[in-house]
Design a protein around this ligand. Structure first.
Ligand code: 5GP
Ligand code: ZN
Length: 112
């Protein structure tokens, strides 16, 4: 499949990995919007939040259960922002669901 995140997951494209288990991977964003900016991505190709349902919500729960530990590992001791862009109007640029974890400095009230 011609999906950049599937290629990162299967090792075809290198990434600066923060964490990996059998269900998810977390790696630093190639174009960080703040001092710390990483992405948490399920290994299963789900295109976007609009396709979350009872068959795949466990993996989303797994991601959110791990976010506190991943944030701690990344040194985010003072808070962070979790962003998910879903679909065209939200400017989702990679159609494989992912959660941006952004912090490491005081963020503007709104970030694109
Ligand atoms: P979106 O706009 O879909 O919410 O976010 C996609 C994110 O993926 C962007 O922040 C972009 O910088 C990041 N990204 C795109 N291609 C790559 C890549 O090849 N490697 C890494 N590490 N990040 C990528
Ligand atoms: Zn994919």
């Amino acid at each position: 499949m011609d999906c950049i995140f599937c290629k990162i997951i299967n090792g075809e494209i290198p990434s600066n990995k923060l964490y990996e288990d059998e269900k998810i991977i977390a790696f630093h964003d190639i174009n960080p919007e703040a001092k710390v900016h990483f992405l948490v991505v399920p290994k299963e190709h789900i295109c976007c939040a609009d396709k979350i349902d009872s068959t795949n919500s466990q993996i989303i729960a797994h991601i959110f259960e791990l976010i506190p530990a991943l944030a701690k590992k990344a040194g985010l001791e003072n808070g962070y922002r979790i962003i998910n862009n879903c679909g065209e109007d939200a400017c989702q640029s990679v159609p494989h669901i992912h959660f941006h974890i952004i912090g490491g400095e005081k963020l503007p009230e709104h970030i694109k």
